[in-house]
Design a protein. Structure first.
Length: 265
């Protein structure tokens, strides 16, 4: 009697190998999609130059902001790192069937999301560099030195990843490029109902109330503390706390959307 040949099954790689494979593919695709990162590089530089040119004298003469250039640099950084993701590419993978083919492999499902987020982190850190260079050119200096610069980049990158949880949740749930492209609109209330142009002490009425609950307020506070306030650990800790709260909410949504997409696949 001929023995039965056991079925051939793909052997699982390690989690790190899966993560490296997914993130590596996403990183290699970034230079081929300049329309994804060039606007994300130009917009923060534009707002930084315009805001400083238009409002610096008014803000500094009023006494509310001693150094408006340093005050505005974190705002430009947030515009650079928020909403920049590979979610659009993920939608195209869903539409052309590549995502479903990945689901036929033994790749760990969570790395399908974590790999993209890893690539996003590298991208948003890279997008911070032109803004920081422009800031240095016009005289903005880090009061906390090189260690502060690295912590500044880490905080900005963590915020970018925390917000991107929303974009991936939309991408996985809808599979729609239009829905993903419009997801940046979610950031506008966060960006302008906060301390973008004036410190919290100068805000009044309903705007001051909203700013008190806006996580971007604490993000800007942490970035400004690192940049020009020194090692104000309470303020910096509040910024990381804001990232944790937003990230917990957004990543829960994205993981639920991933589970739903995997079940459908």
């Amino acid at each position: 009697m001929t023995p039965t040949t056991p079925p051939i099954r793909a052997r699982r790689a390690g989690t790190l190998a899966d993560l490296r494979s997914i993130s590596g593919r996403a990183l290699r695709a970034i230079p081929r999609d300049p329309e994804q990162f060039i606007p994300a590089m130009i917009v923060p530089l534009f707002f930084f130059v315009v805001n400083v040119g238009a409002l610096q004298n008014v803000a500094e003469q009023s006494g509310s902001v001693p150094d408006f250039k340093a005050f505005q640099l974190p705002v430009a950084i947030l515009f650079a790192v928020t909403g920049v993701s590979r979610a659009s590419a993920l939608v195209y993978d869903i539409q052309d069937g590549y995502f479903d083919r990945l689901l036929m492999t033994p790749v760990r499902r969570v790395t399908l999301l974590l790999g993209l987020l890893t690539a996003d982190f590298a991208l948003v850190i890279a997008l911070c560099i032109p803004v920081l260079i422009l800031g240095a050119v016009i005289g903005v200096e880090f009061a906390t030195g090189i260690i502060g610069l690295l912590l500044f980049l880490l905080l900005a990158g963590c915020w970018g990843i925390a917000f991107n949880g929303f974009t991936y949740a939309i991408a996985l749930k809808t599979g729609s490029p239009a829905a993903v492209n419009s997801s940046f609109i979610l950031f506008f209330p966060f960006a302008f109902l906060t301390t973008s142009f004036l410190p919290k002490e100068a805000l009044t009425g309903w705007l001051a109330t909203i700013a008190s609950y806006n996580p971007v307020t604490y993000m800007l506070g942490g970035l400004r503390a690192i940049l020009s306030g020194g090692w104000q650990w309470g303020t910096i800790g509040q910024a990381f706390g804001a990232v944790f709260i937003v990230g917990t909410f957004s990543m829960t949504l994205s993981l639920l959307a991933l589970r739903s997409r995997v079940r459908r696949g």
